[in-house]
Design a protein around this ligand. Structure first.
Ligand code: BGC
Length: 368
């Protein structure tokens, strides 16, 4: 999956070179990607955001930048090996460690844990980013064998995923909401499936199959995926379950019904995708990266019109200098909740690196 975007399209779409520029400018010398350079609360490096940033750079041929991120992940994880191994062992022996004993969702740009006094307390126990890292690593290697010096890190992370996926945790939106989330399990499935292929050890296939069975048994209702085991709502992140997580095939009727549900029930008047109904973060607006995620699914399933409509919507929300925000609030679900968030944390994060990443990935999928 490492073809680059169509060069003729780059000539007519300045958002492609601009997006590459934003990602590279947001990469610290350590290799970490800052989530957003202009939004204080997002001055950290999340594994989730970073996996898609690295993958976007891979699909446009910027392999060295992607490689630098993967090397940063390995160093950061290895620096916290005792904590990750201990969390894994505690869970495997039946304990439920407190969230602060679990591996973090985000690191400082130097790969350290954030200090509690540096910020608002953060809901750090989010398993999905670790699965996303393994998925993006396999994509980065593009069929090459895993460099031997990475074997132990991949094993450590796979063991952590295998042990911890049954625990309730925060979701990709960093909210607890019942603690059981389809897109988190999708990311865990993808990570374990990648671990099996990278390491050639069927232990990880068995674990991946268990996660997939759980998803199909408890996270499906009325012929489509639902966001939580006990939450019938849709969620924009369900768009990732086939592409890229591979839980089902992209054209599986279950996935197609999920994607059509997102398109019909989870979009604003002009087609931007909401995270979920009832979202109030900055009023619960439409997210660029989710709109591009649906476009990515559409491109892979041959729905060229859907993919173009989504990407056109995103394109029109970029600022004149090409920077893409996290979300747009003009059609937010709860307009009364926009100002309180602006007062608390400042204007919507812009540029948000993974908005640019998803745009690039969907464009690459469209040109294939
Ligand atoms: C989002 C996360 C994201 C983080 C940094 C949060 O508001 O919910 O998905 O990882 O911002 O971009």
């Amino acid at each position: 999956m490492s073809t680059s975007t169509d060069p003729t399209r780059e000539l007519v779409d300045p958002l492609i070179p601009r997006s590459i520029e934003v990602l590279k400018a947001g990469q610290a010398p350590s290799g970490a990607f800052i989530a957003s350079p202009s939004f204080t609360v997002y001055r950290y490096a999340w594994l989730r955001d970073g996996a898609f940033c690295a993958h976007a750079l891979d699909v446009v041929g910027e392999h060295d930048a992607a490689e630098a991120w993967h090397r940063w992940v390995v160093r950061s994880i290895e620096a916290h090996r005792p904590m990750i191994a201990s969390a894994t062992n505690r869970v495997a022996s039946g304990e439920t460690p407190p969230p602060e004993a679990m591996p973090p969702a985000r690191y400082t740009l130097d790969g350290a844990l954030e200090l509690p006094e540096d910020d608002d307390p953060w809901p750090n126990f989010q398993v999905d980013g670790y699965g996303m890292w393994l998925w993006s690593l396999e994509e980065h290697l593009a069929g090459q064998t895993l460099p031997p010096e990475l074997t132990q890190t991949v094993e450590l992370v796979a063991a952590y995923l295998e042990a911890s996926w049954r625990l309730k945790c925060f979701n990709c939106w960093e909210e607890f909401d019942g603690g059981e989330h389809a897109s988190t399990l999708g990311a865990v499935y993808a990570g374990l499936a990648s671990a099996q292929r990278l390491l050639g050890d069927n232990r990880w296939r068995t674990a991946a199959d268990e996660v997939r069975a759980e998803l199909l048994a408890r996270y499906v209702s009325a012929g489509r995926f639902k966001r939580g085991a006990n939450d019938l709502r849709l969620d924009g992140s369900l768009a990732w379950l086939a592409v890229p997580f591979g839980v089902v095939l992209p054209d599986d009727p279950l996935m197609q019904a999920t994607a059509e549900g997102i398109r019909r029930e989870l979009t604003g008047p002009e087609g931007g995708v909401y995270r979920f109904r009832g979202d109030t973060y900055f009023g619960g607006g439409e997210w660029l990266l989710l709109t591009s995620s649906l476009a990515w699914h559409d491109a892979v399933t041959g729905n060229a019109a859907g993919a173009e409509a989504g990407q056109a919507w995103v394109r029109a929300r970029a600022l004149p200098n090409g920077d893409m925000p996290e979300q747009v609030t003009d059609c937010s679900q709860d307009m009364s909740m926009v100002a309180p968030w602006v007062q608390r944390w400042g204007a919507v994060a812009t540029p948000l690196l993974w908005s640019h990443a998803m745009y690039l990935i969907a464009e690459a999928a469209r040109s294939r």
